[in-house]
Design a protein around this ligand. Structure first.
Ligand code: ATP
Ligand code: LTN
Length: 334
């Protein structure tokens, strides 16, 4: 995919840490698919980022393949987009080192995700975890991306990517495009079904808290039925109704209805009816994904071949920017 039509460039990535949740889907993957028509899009499986949590090697390999299949199964066409695995494009790690040297210790220390993850895993606060946002900046800047579709939790990482890029540009001359986050209005922060003050997360140990994209329909229904709500028994969007607000935003994302229309639909009805309707909407939304995913996972060779082609196309673009950055910092090229 050469940028001959000069469409704006979009890049995003997702870690292969486990099966994506409804949060990953509504906050990120669904937007990735929507952007395919109007932008030149690159989407990656961020396997290098996943190394920060020391996954078991065989498991990481399997989950990387599964996440690659997931990206295709949500409808990202590998002919129209570049869909690739991060570690297969060595330029990411190379540029990350250069950018490490243009990132201040203080600014990286302020990253909320670093603080949260290092508090949660105090036994493994490695340098990779600290430099995680710099690798993410390299992912984005290598492709001169204009927009980065992510959930709200990644906003701060986008800001540091911009800061690193502008510092580099100011010191070494115009090299990188400054990226902007693309955060959807609804679905940017899907909350846990068991504690609606916390975001739904793949790594939540409580399986009832999140919907996995591969959950069977009856499991999805059960999880929604046991979602934590409040005692008011009125379906309306309001402060203090975190559980219902969350279900309303999920329903809105899956049906396209706005909050006023949802309130009207459930006027005089209890939470029981509402939860069943939300579950049904989610089941329908995910049905094509489940079918595609199963089919793709049965054809491992196709996945490997497509990933190899994706890496080749991505490398061609990434290497241009890498060479430019190397020259700017004074590395001797042949
Ligand atoms: P982990 O639990 O392993 O940290 P995660 O579920 O937060 O993972 P990531 O791989 O870090 O998922 O994120 C992939 C994409 O999904 C990112 O764009 C992120 O912003 C988005 N995302 C993650 N959780 C949510 C959520 N609850 N609501 C909306 N978007 C989300
Ligand atoms: N840190 C991101 C995943 C990620 C990413 C990126 C997102 C890695 N590299 C580049 C956008 C652009 C996360 O979602 N946790």
């Amino acid at each position: 995919m050469e940028n001959t039509e000069r469409k704006p460039i979009v890049l995003s990535a997702i870690q292969p840490t486990s099966v994506p949740t409804l949060g990953n889907y509504l906050g990120a993957l669904k937007n990735w698919k929507m952007m395919c028509e109007d932008y030149d899009c690159l989407y990656a499986v961020a396997d290098l980022h996943a190394l920060t949590v020391h996954p078991e090697p065989a498991k990481l390999r399997q989950q990387t393949l599964e996440m690659y299949a997931t990206l295709l199964a949500v409808g990202l066409d590998p002919e129209k987009n570049i869909v690739f695995i991060q570690s297969r494009v060595p330029a990411h790690a190379e540029l990350a080192w250069i950018l490490d040297c243009y990132t201040q210790f203080g600014e990286a220390s302020r990253m909320t995700q670093f603080k949260e993850k290092s508090a949660k895993h105090a036994d493994n606060v490695n340098v990779g975890l600290f430099a995680y946002p710099v690798l993410m900046a390299a992912d984005i800047l290598l492709y001169q991306a204009n927009f980065v579709p992510v959930g709200a939790d990644q906003k701060q990482h986008l800001e540091i990517a911009r800061d690193i890029a502008s510092r580099f540009n100011a010191l070494r001359g115009e090299t990188f495009t400054l990226p902007e986050p693309f955060i959807g209005k609804i679905g940017a922060r899907v909350m846990s079904l068991q504690d609606p003050t916390q975001k739904m997360s793949k790594s939540d140990p409580n399986p009832k808290a999140s919907i996995s994209l591969l959950d069977d329909p009856d499991v999805i229904l059960k999880k929604f039925k046991s979602a934590v709500t409040d005692s008011e028994a009125v379906v309306r969007y309001a402060d203090g109704k975190d559980g219902i607000n969350n279900l309303m935003s999920i329903y809105s994302c899956c049906t396209g209805l706005d909050y006023a229309a949802i309130e009207k639909e459930f006027e005089g009805k209890g939470y029981g009816d509402f939860k069943v309707k939300v579950a049904e909407a989610v089941i329908e939304e995910l049905r094509p994904f489940r079918d595609n995913y199963k089919r793709l996972m049965d054809d491992k060779q196709y996945l490997l071949d497509t990933a190899a082609q994706g890496a080749e196309k991505a490398s061609r673009i990434a290497n241009r920017t890498l060479t430019k950055a190397k020259k700017k910092v004074g590395l001797l090229l042949g």
